[in-house]
Structures are given as structure tokens and as C-alpha cells.
Design a protein. Structure first.
Ligand code: FAD
Ligand code: EPU
Length: 348
């Protein structure tokens, strides 16, 4: 049943499937599904008496969620995708993008206008609105470096707000928006980025220079870096259009450096990176592979045989079956290395 409110493009559907709204492709339903085309429709949506007091889950492309049950309230998707930029006298750019724009489309939009900075974040799936939730990052760059403010609808106060970067609590794969206190409070409506001038290209992440060499490029442009990184990503990560997945299922664990040193003394091949004073980040993929779990499969739920950090749906796995595989990985790595892995996606 579809009911469209007059004078708006808002669509509200009762009892809708979410199978195509999660890149794991697991079955799930929601009591209500709403899609808004314009941000100005949000006040009317929340004034709808059918939706009052229901739990709200915002979804972009569902590339970082695992649905293990039906959603008892409202799932909201945002299609508003306007983007614009201004250039300041110092050569910096301010870019404003609405939540429904594809993240990769935004990266391409900036590169096409000679705006340099987002190239290492090329080809990350999902929408702009989800990008600040886990502070997306890849190939040595994290989103928060560019965030000036996050525009949102505050469900607590019932109004539009702009949250400056300092108040977003960004960290590795984390933000205020994921915190217990504020989870599902803010519906991100737009992102304001500030991209400084004269930013040099970041080529230090292992494999980037090699990928540029493979393309025969000696003096890369930002667009070349994007092309090289997109090629690495295609090689390393399974494509959700071919096999259901949500990218990395676990965060790389950040541990006290003394613990990392002790582990590395026993396992010199374990990749690790400095992660602030006295802290070291370890490669979860390496820990999983060394635990013998890469390629593990239980029915249609499994660990990718291409990248150990990625859980995959070989066909008809359910969210519960995938969660069981995740638990098995966590237990195996804890028993073998004494390290507690944490899931990265939102588990519903
Ligand atoms: P969804 O999965 O729909 O939502 C993710 C979370 O954000 C949920 O909690 C949801 O409620 C919340 N959310 C979504 N939109 C909004 C909104 N407008 N307001 C409030 N909350 C919202 N991530 C990286 O950081 N780096 C990578 O390199 C990377 N590679 C990936 C590769 C693959 C193959 C895949 C499948 C995923 C990868 N990811 C990566 C994870 C994913 O792409 C990002 O987390 C992305 O930002 C999710 O976008 P989405 O629109 O699909 O969000
Ligand atoms: N590795 C293994 N086995 C594997 C895969 C990788 O041992 O099966 C080792 C590699 O040899 C390498 C190390 O793990 O030394 C790191 O691998 P990779 O460069 O693929 O990066 P990652 O740490 O596994 C992180 C992000 C990715 C992001 C890449 C590139 C997290 C949780 N994941 O993966 O993000 O694209 O770095 O920056 O931080 C995502 O969040 O969904 C995601 C894909």
C-alpha cells in the first residue's frame, strides 16, 4: 500500500521489504518505509500521527548495516542530493552536499572541478548522509579532516541544526552519532566540507605507489590517485553486486602499545600502525587470517576468501546466520591472540 501526501513527493509505505536496502542482501521488513525527496519534508513527516513515537532508522544504501530482525518502526531514506561549492580568496573550497547524494558521486563531482582532497576516499559505497556516522576512511585519509559542520534534523528538539566538527566526536570509525547517548537522535541532512588549498597528495598507504606505477603514472594528479585506489579496491574487496557484504565487518583493534609489542615479538608479520600516544592499531584481517578463519563458511554465511575482514552472504544467508559467523570469528581471534574484535557495521 502506497500513500503519497498531496503537494509533496514524500512516499510512505506500510510493511515494506528491506532486502534491497542492505548490501548483505539479507531478508528483513520494516513496519513503515518513508522516502523523502526534499529536506523540507522532514517536519511534515514527523508530524504524521501514524509515525509518532516510533523508533526511526535512517538508511542510505545499507552498505554498513546487518539486519538480524524486522524493524518495528520507521525506516527513512533521503533522496535529496543537491551539491554546490564556493571558492574562497585563499583558494580553499567549501562544499555542501545533501545526504542523499552518493559518496562516490561527490568525490567525482569535486575532482571534476579541480577540488583536491577527497581522492583517497574514492569508491567507498553509500551516501553522503552516512559518511559522518562512522567517519569513513580509506588509504590514509579520514572524512573528519574536511568536515566543517554536519547539518541534521534533531529528533530530540524537532528542528534543523548545524553541528560543528568539534562537537561531532570523530575518531577512527566512530563519532558522536554512533554513541549510546545520541544514536538515532540526529538525521543527517547535509555535510559541509572545507577543503584547504595546496593540499599535497597522500601516496603513503601501502600499494598506492605500486598501483600508480602499474598505470604507468610518474607524476600523478588527484584523479590518477583516485583511479589507482579504485583499482586496488576492485582487486581487494568483494563487490556487493556480486556477493552480499558490508565491507570490513570488524574494526582494526586499537590496543595499548605494550600489548602490541608483546604480540609482535611472537608474530613479527602482524601489521600495525601508531594510533596516538601509547596506542597501536593492529590489522584485524591478519589476526582473522592467522586464526584460520579466512574463507570459513557455515551454510551461506561466511568470511570472504579474498579479504579476511569481510563477511559475505553466499546466497540465502540470514542476518542471524551472519551474526553467528561474526561471533565465531570474535571467539577464535580472542582465544588465539587475546584480542577482542568489535563489529564495524550497525547490527540491527
Ligand atoms: P547505511 O549502511 O545505510 O547506514 C550506516 C549507518 O549510518 C546506520 O547506522 C544508519 O542508520 C546511519 N545513517 C545512514 N544515513 C544516515 C543519515 N542521513 N542520518 C543519520 N544516520 C544515518 N567504509 C569506510 O569507512 N571505508 C571504506 O573503505 C569502506 N569500504 C567499503 C567497501 C564495501 C565493499 C562496502 C560494502 C562497504 C564499505 N564501507 C567502507 C562501509 C560503508 O561504505 C560506509 O560505512 C558508508 O558510509 C555507509 O553508507 P550507507 O549510505 O550505505 O549507510
Ligand atoms: N590482510 C591480511 N589478510 C587479508 C587481508 C588483509 O592479512 O585477507 C593484511 C594485509 O596484508 C595488510 C593489512 O591486512 O597488511 C591491511 O589490509 P588493507 O590494506 O586491506 O586494509 P584493512 O586494514 O584490512 C582498512 C579499512 C578499510 C579500508 C582499508 C584501506 C577498517 C576496519 N577497514 O582495511 O575500510 O578500505 O583499510 O584504507 O579500518 C570498511 O571500513 O568497510 C573498509 C573496507
Amino acid at each position: 500500500m502506497r500513500r503519497s501526501a498531496r503537494d509533496t513527493t514524500m512516499q510512505i509505505t506500510e510493511d515494506a521489504p528491506l532486502d534491497r536496502l542492505n548490501t548483505f542482501g539479507v531478508p528483513a521488513r520494516t513496519r513503515w518505509l518513508a522516502r523523502i525527496e526534499a529536506l523540507g519534508e522532514l517536519p511534515a513527516l514527523f508530524a504524521d500521527p501514524r509515525l509518532a513515537d516510533l523508533p526511526v532508522l535512517v538508511l542510505g544504501d545499507g552498505s554498513n548495516v546487518l539486519m538480524t530482525r524486522d524493524w518495528p518502526g520507521l525506516v527513512l531514506t533521503i533522496a535529496a542530493d543537491a551539491v554546490s561549492s564556493t571558492r574562497a580568496a585563499d583558494g580553499s573550497h567549501r562544499v555542501r552536499a545533501e545526504a542523499g547524494l552518493g559518496w562516490h558521486a561527490l568525490v567525482e563531482w569535486t575532482l571534476a572541478r579541480g577540488i583536491i582532497g577527497l581522492e583517497n576516499l574514492v569508491a567507498i559505497p553509500g551516501r553522503v548522509g552516512a559518511a559522518p556516522i562512522q567517519n569513513i576512511g580509506a588509504y590514509g585519509v579520514e572524512l573528519d579532516e574536511f568536515v566543517e559542520s554536519v547539518e541534521a534534523w534533531d529528533r530530540r528538539g524537532g528542528g534543523f541544526v548545524a553541528i560543528p566538527r568539534e562537537a561531532c566526536g570523530f575518531a577512527y570509525r566512530d563519532s558522536r552519532f554512533k554513541s549510546e547517548a545520541d544514536r538515532d537522535r540526529f538525521i543527517v541532512t547535509a555535510l559541509n566540507l572545507h577543503i584547504p588549498p595546496g593540499r599535497s597528495l597522500r601516496l603513503d598507504y601501502p600499494g598506492v605507489r605500486e598501483a600508480l606505477d602499474a598505470l604507468g603514472i610518474e607524476t600523478p594528479t588527484a584523479a590518477d590517485v583516485a583511479r589507482a585506489i579504485a583499482a586496488i579496491r576492485r582487486r581487494k574487496l568483494p563487490d556487493p553486486r556480486e556477493i552480499g557484504n558490508a565491507g570490513s565487518f570488524f574494526k582494526n583493534p586499537v590496543v595499548p602499545s605494550a600489548q602490541a609489542d608483546a604480540l609482535r615479538a611472537r608474530h613479527p608479520a602482524l601489521p600495525s600502525w601508531p594510533a596516538g600516544p601509547g596506542r597501536t592499531k593492529l590489522s584485524a584481517a591478519w589476526l582473522i587470517e592467522a586464526s584460520g578463519m579466512k574463507g570459513h563458511r557455515d551454510g551461506d554465511a561466511g568470511v570472504s576468501d579474498r579479504h579476511a575482514l569481510v563477511l559475505v552472504n553466499h546466497g540465502r544467508a540470514t542476518g542471524t546466520e551472519l551474526r553467528r559467523v561474526a561471533e565465531r570469528v570474535i571467539t577464535t581471534v580472542r582465544e588465539r591472540f587475546g584480542i577482542a574484535l568489535e563489529p564495524e557495521p550497525r547490527i540491527v
